[in-house]
Write a protein that binds this ligand. Sequence first.
Ligand code: HEC
Ligand code: HEC
Length: 351
Amino acid sequence: MISFRKWSVAILGLTLLYACGNSKRKVVLEPFPLMEPSEFVKMVIPSANPLTEKGVALGKQLFFDPILSRDSSISCASCHQPKYAFSDPKAFSVGALGLQTNRSAPSLVNIGYHYQGLFWDGRASTLEDQVLQSLADVRELASEWPVVIQRLQQHPAYSNSFKMVFQLSTEDEIQPDHVARAIAQYERSLVRADAKYDRYLRGIEPLNELEMRGLKIFFDEDENLPDSECGHCHTDPLFTSLEYFNNGLETTDSLQLLVDKGRGGATGKYYDIGKFKTPTLRNIALTAPYMHDGRFETLEEVIEHYNAGGHYTENASPNVRPLHLSDLDKRALLAFLHCLTDQKYEHYDLE
Ligand code: HEC
Ligand code: HEC
């Protein structure tokens, strides 16, 4: 018995010695516990970039750190501010070089589920790809990779974190791809579904009469109330179908005349001009101003736009048509939109 114990201790000691002496050993990284609501279909995470605790933490640090921008002046969070559900209250954001973006910064809540293209025109196919574009964009971080890599390499804490998260050896350099992967991990962790609407679905909190009326109008659920068609494009549970539509913001004789070509600029197809990715309506009360160019200041203006049936264009969706909503219906729709605000939004400040 005693000798067996001694042997086990000796073997354990030897194993530990071996493990410590072996510089090429792999550190096992804890997976990140992604809390997904049961209403969501499980997030598809690329096998080349699994979410780990340390990876998400590194991505978060980078997201909030101006070290990535040309002159260390702004970070991703300057335009994607947590307290506005990771959007910008300005219609057009100001980048590191003082240039304005040509579109409004969208919310990043639940962005990990956007598989049909990122940006208003869908020009990036993955979050990793999108990070690389935002970093290089002269209207955003305007960075040059060699400079960014040198800064991170010389930063002892970052240099160690990258080695740990991506299992780099002492000779390996940090690559742009590592930065992209870490930030993408953090972005995928931004899963939220704790709005009043979610609690209503889970039977925790009822909607009041006005909000219920708004829900029925939103999802075309009651034959005694007008249909608004909203739910065809802003589908449950993400409140976006992720598809590209022209929701009738402009009247034009030829789509070619539209200044912002939207999806058409990315695909080169004529009938994609003027289409934009349907944005989520989750946290919509926090993400004003509205539309890709921030043309509407308030949700009341947005509801008026849809109620009037939008403006005619060749490819405007037939689901954007005069709705004939009464004042009560409009107030109901507005009340319902306010039920989509995550209750924890005030804690985004801490993220
Ligand atoms: C100067 C402001 C600014 C900065 C800095 C910035 N963004 Fe953005 N972001 C925008 C704007 C504007 C858009 C929309 C651009 C478009 O669609 O053409 C956007 C779009 C996005 C999207 C696409 C959202 C969607 O619904 O498809 C993601 C994701 C994103 N940004 C993440 C980031 C990350 C990560 C960083 C830091 C590496 C970053 N952004 C830095 C302004 C900014
Ligand atoms: C045919 C699909 C479609 C229908 C129907 C539709 N939307 Fe939209 N919605 C979109 C698209 C696409 C955009 C983005 C357009 C743009 O910016 O060019 C948008 C934008 C919005 C925005 C601005 C979001 C933001 O982050 O800026 C709000 C709010 C909105 N819609 C609410 C509604 C409401 C309420 C209804 C019903 C009355 C509705 N939508 C019906 C497709 C649709």
